[in-house]
Design a binder for this molecule. Sequence first.
Ligand code: SF4
Length: 261
Amino acid sequence: MIEVFNSGGGTQSTAIAALIVQDRLPKPDFVVIADTGRERQSTWDYLEQITKPMLRKIGIDVHVISKAKYGYNHGDLWSKNGNTLLMPTFTDFSGEIGKMDGFCSKTWKVEPVENYLRDECGVKKKDIRKWIGFSVDEARRAMRMMGTKDYVAGKIRFPLIDDVPMRRHQSLAVVQEMGWPQPPRSMCWMCPNQTNDEWKHLKETSPMEFQKACELEQEIREKDPTVFLHNSGVLLGDVDFEAQPYLPGMDHACSSGVCFV
Ligand code: SF4
């Protein structure tokens, strides 16, 4: 099997990089991270300043894979035929707020990585064992994949569950032990899976990216006025994130290289 570490750029992915540097995990054949074109800039800054140089020191390159270049056969926000919005947005179409299915993780992350590895590196999908950075406290998310034939066939590996079991706070401790700064929150700046805390953090720490998310919501609503990026069904720029309830289970939903949608 070709071992492919699918980094999401967040805390658990950075902990996996640290464990590789510490020789507590084997060196994978490839380290990849998908560039959706809308990832928070802080993710790229951390990658360039910390993760890439540290892995380079032990002979590992990080492959940044552009969805714009390698996401063949798909549109951008909408499917190629223009009928389906790819993000897991919210809608009040039925009169109540509901969540739509998301296809962006597959079309913006998973498929571009597979296409890149096949077309640029000669690695076939059937030969890949994909590393995904779920930690022990995310076992429920991992279990959804553990029921798939890919996991049973040994094509999926959870290094922070299968190899060096640890919870998220322990992942952070591993990063800190290395003397590396705390990794950023890692997801697309307009991701509807953000918790209120994450939206608030985006608004406070990166107002330009928050503004871009508001503008993107408007752009989408010109085509489908039932769509919202926030689960309250309120336009993003008008949401009081402090007053919104906590959404259990959605923290860090998209920081592991494969989004939880
Ligand atoms: S972070 Fe959110 S918007 Fe980006 S690919 Fe994942 S689910 Fe889609």
